[in-house]
Ligand binder design. Structure first.
Ligand SMILES: NC(=O)c1ccc[n+]([C@@H]2O[C@H](COP(=O)([O-])OP(=O)(O)OC[C@H]3O[C@@H](n4cnc5c(N)ncnc54)[C@H](O)[C@@H]3O)[C@@H](O)[C@H]2O)c1
Length: 347
C-alpha cells in the first residue's frame, strides 16, 4: 500500500478526539485523515473543521460509499462497534476498533469472520499491551524468566471513578459497567502475558451498590437515577491448561486507592507486578526483587496507533487479533452470565 494511508473515523467523541485523531496526526505525511462520521451531524462537522478533516458524514455507510479509504477507526459506543467494523472491512479497509470488541460473542465472531473474508487487519484498542512495562515483562516471560505461568490477578478498581460523561453507565449502549469498560483492559493484559490460554469455565458476581445513589464523584457527577450497569464485578476464570485468573473491577468501591490498574503474574520461576514493573524471583538462596532501572517514557496510545499505521503500510501485524477479541468477549459475557445465574459457566 502506498502512503499516505487514507483514514476515516467513526464516532467523533472523547477517544476519537483525544487519541485517534492526534496520534494519526503524529504520523505526519504517512496518514491522511480524510473523513469522520458521527450520528450527531453538528459534532461530526465541528470535529472535522477543528482538525482540518475534509469530509464529514452522519453514518459509516454514507462515509464508506462517498470516499475511498484504506483504514477506519471505530470509536462509537460499544453497541455500534460490530456494525461499523463489518461495514468497513467489507469496504476493503483495515480496522482499528476501540475496546471492548463488541456487546456479544456472536458479534465478536462475526467481526472476526468479516476480517478473515476481507483479508484485512482488525485490531482492538487494548493499549496497555503497548506500555513499556508490559513490553519489557513480555520479553522476560518469553525468555522463560518466570517459568510456567499458572496464576494471575487482574485489577481495575476505582474508589469513586464513575464517569460523569459519555454513556459508560448505560447498559443498553455499553453492555455493562466497569467489567466491560476498564476490567477488560486488565483482563486483556493478563491474557496477553499468560499467552492467551484457552478458557474453560468462570464464576462471577456483580454488584450495584453505589452507582444508584448520589455520592462523591472523582470523575465528575454521574446520573445515579439512570445508572443501569454494575459498579463492581468479581470473577474467577479457570483455563484448560489448569491456570487461573482472579479479576476484580469497579467504578466505585470502598477501598483505599483512588484507582488501581494492576496485573499480577505468578509462575514457578518468578512472578511480577506490572505497574510499576517488579519481578520476584528466588536465586542463589535469596528472594530477590528485580526492577528495570529505566523504561522509555512513551505513550502507549501513541505506540498502539503508530503500530496500526505501520501494519496497514506493510509493517509487522498488529499485536491484538480478532481471534483474541473473541476469547475476551467470551470471558466477559460468561462472567456476566455467571453473575446473573449464580452458576459456573462453561466456555
Ligand atoms: N482505549 C481506551 O482507553 C478507551 C477510553 C475511552 C473510551 N474507549 C472506547 O471508545 C469508544 C467510544 O468512547 P468515547 O469515550 O469516545 O465515547 P463518546 O460518547 O465520547 O463518543 C462516542 C461518539 O460516537 C457517536 N456515535 C454513536 N453512535 C454512532 C454510530 N452508530 N455511528 C457513528 N457515530 C456514533 C456519538 O454521537 C459520540 O459522538 C467506546 O467503545 C469506549 O469503550 C476506549
Amino acid at each position: 500500500m502506498t502512503t499516505p494511508l487514507r483514514v476515516g473515523i467513526v464516532g467523533a467523541g472523547g477517544i476519537a478526539q483525544m487519541v485517534h485523531i492526534p496520534n494519526y496526526r503524529k504520523c505526519g505525511d504517512r496518514v491522511d485523515i480524510v473523513a469522520i462520521a458521527d450520528v450527531v451531524r453538528e459534532k461530526a462537522k465541528a470535529v472535522a473543521e477543528s482538525n482540518g478533516i475534509p469530509h464529514h458524514f452522519t453514518s459509516v455507510a454514507e462515509m464508506l460509499s462517498a470516499v475511498a479509504l484504506d483504514a477506519v477507526s471505530v470509536c462509537t459506543p460499544n453497541k455500534f462497534h460490530a456494525e461499523a467494523v463489518i461495514a468497513a472491512l467489507e469496504a476493503g479497509c483495515h480496522v482499528m476498533c476501540e475496546k471492548p470488541p463488541a456487546m456479544s460473542v456472536a458479534e465478536a465472531e462475526a467481526m472476526a469472520r468479516a476480517a478473515e473474508r476481507a483479508g484485512k487487519y482488525l485490531t482492538y484498542g487494548f493499549h496497555y499491551r503497548h506500555t513499556q512495562e508490559v513490553e519489557a515483562l513480555k520479553r522476560f516471560i518469553d525468555a522463560g524468566e518466570l517459568g510456567e505461568i499458572y496464576a494471575a490477578t487482574a485489577i481495575a478498581m476505582r474508589r469513586r471513578g464513575i464517569p460523569g460523561w459519555g454513556v459508560f453507565t448505560n447498559k443498553e449502549l455499553q453492555g455493562g459497567g466497569p467489567l466491560i469498560d476498564i476490567g477488560v483492559h486488565m483482563l486483556d493484559t493478563a491474557l496477553y502475558l499468560m499467552g492467551f490460554p484457552e478458557p474453560d469455565c468462570v464464576i462471577g458476581a456483580t454488584y450495584q451498590k453505589l452507582g444508584i445513589k448520589p455520592g462523591v464523584g472523582l470523575l465528575g457527577d454521574w446520573d445515579h437515577e439512570h445508572y443501569t450497569v454494575e459498579d463492581m464485578a468479581r470473577g474467577f476464570i479457570r483455563f484448560k491448561n489448569g491456570a487461573t485468573l482472579v479479576l476484580e473491577s469497579a467504578f466505585a468501591a470502598n477501598i483505599a486507592p483512588r484507582d488501581e490498574m494492576q496485573v499480577k503474574i505468578m509462575g514457578d520461576l518468578g512472578g511480577a507486578d506490572v505497574f510499576p514493573l517488579t519481578m520476584y524471583q528466588e536465586k542463589l538462596g535469596s528472594l530477590i526483587d528485580v526492577r528495570p532501572a529505566y523504561l522509555p517514557e512513551k505513550s502507549a496510545y501513541e505506540v498502539e496507533m503508530e503500530r496500526f499505521v505501520d501494519a496497514c503500510l506493510g509493517g509487522p501485524e498488529p499485536l491484538s487479533t480478532p481471534a483474541q477479541g473473541v476469547i475476551i468477549q467470551r470471558i466477559i459475557n460468561a462472567l456476566y452470565a455467571a453473575a446473573e445465574s449464580g452458576e459456573t459457566v462453561k466456555l
